[in-house]
Design a protein around this ligand. Structure first.
Ligand code: SF4
Length: 288
């Protein structure tokens, strides 16, 4: 446990601080680089206090995982956003991880075992809430950028990871279901390989509520639609656009992106398939 009387003097005023037990392992600087900096004397310090719930969650995560308890938090904090129900049996998890660039993560609650879609922060407040919603059996990873601390979730819940085989080597533990192509994973679940944003980018279709499609970063909010978007680091833009068109043949209606859900009125987009079809017909703008 950190001691305020041992805090480094250069910590800026505010809730979080680093004390003299710091062993310079870098972990806090990787988890919350906008708040923890390096001092050339060989330790971390807090150069900026967090203000948003997401930033506070990142600093709390750094505090929880500091191997020597050198990070302290002194004062009242507003917690991260709570789990929120989007549709019956479907939840937005609201604890984004800085390791996934704050990706939105979702939980599907189903009789044959719940499915976590992309990784939230491994946050001590979140874990009992996930447990209370039933057996977490699967973790579906849309692509390598949303892995976060997947191994911590695998070990804690005994969950099986589902992701495309071309990116499965990014997981340090065994991936139980390294799939190729598109196929039914269960009666109500279908995995769809949609390469383009990354080589292994994939979507998960949950056949409930008219079809719920979890699109990762394959589609992102743009205007009133979710569409493919091109970046400097896009793996194959032509392939990504072709895969977006191919998705129109699948039975879905609602879409849930890994980024930008907060821009959508309900945290997801109803009638998303029709909007994608209209956007593709009128030409996709690129972000490159
Ligand atoms: S996680 Fe803890 S020990 Fe590691 S650099 Fe940060 S304060 Fe120091």
């Amino acid at each position: 446990m950190a001691r305020k009387d041992l805090r480094y003097p250069q910590n800026v005023d505010g809730v979080f601080y680093v004390d003299r037990k710091c062993i310079d392992c870098e972990r806090c600087r990787r988890i919350a680089p906008e708040h923890f900096g390096w001092d050339e004397a060989g330790h971390s310090w807090v150069f900026s206090q967090p203000e948003t719930p997401e930033a506070i969650a990142a600093c709390e995560r750094a505090k929880e995982t500091c191997p020597v308890g050198a990070i302290g938090a002194d004062g009242h904090l507003e917690g991260p956003p709570p789990i929120r129900q989007l549709l019956p049996g479907l939840f937005a998890l609201g604890h984004p991880s800085p390791l996934t660039d704050d990706a939105d993560a979702y939980l599907i609650v189903r009789p044959d075992g719940n499915v976590l879609v992309d990784l939230p922060a491994f946050h001590q407040d979140l874990l009992p809430q996930l447990q209370a919603l039933g057996d977490l059996r699967y973790i579906f990873v849309t692509h390598e950028d949303t892995l976060g601390e997947v191994e911590d979730f695998q070990l804690h819940f005994g969950a099986e990871v589902i992701m495309h085989e071309s990116e499965a080597d990014q997981v340090q533990l065994a991936v139980a279901h390294a799939f190729t192509g598109t196929h039914a994973f269960a009666d109500d679940l279908q995995v769809i390989h949609t390469p383009g944003h990354t080589r292994g980018s994939s979507c998960l279709l949950w056949r409930r509520h008219g079809g719920c499609l979890f699109v990762g970063d394959h589609l992102l909010p743009q205007g009133d639609a979710l569409v493919p978007e091109r970046f400097d680091w896009t793996y194959d833009w032509d392939l990504q656009q072709a895969q977006a068109r191919a998705l129109l043949a699948e039975p879905w209606n609602h879409a849930f992106p890994a980024h930008g859900a907060g821009e959508l009125p309900r945290g997801f987009l109803p009638k998303a398939k029709a909007r994608l079809e209209a956007a593709l017909s009128s030409g996709v703008r690129t972000g490159a």
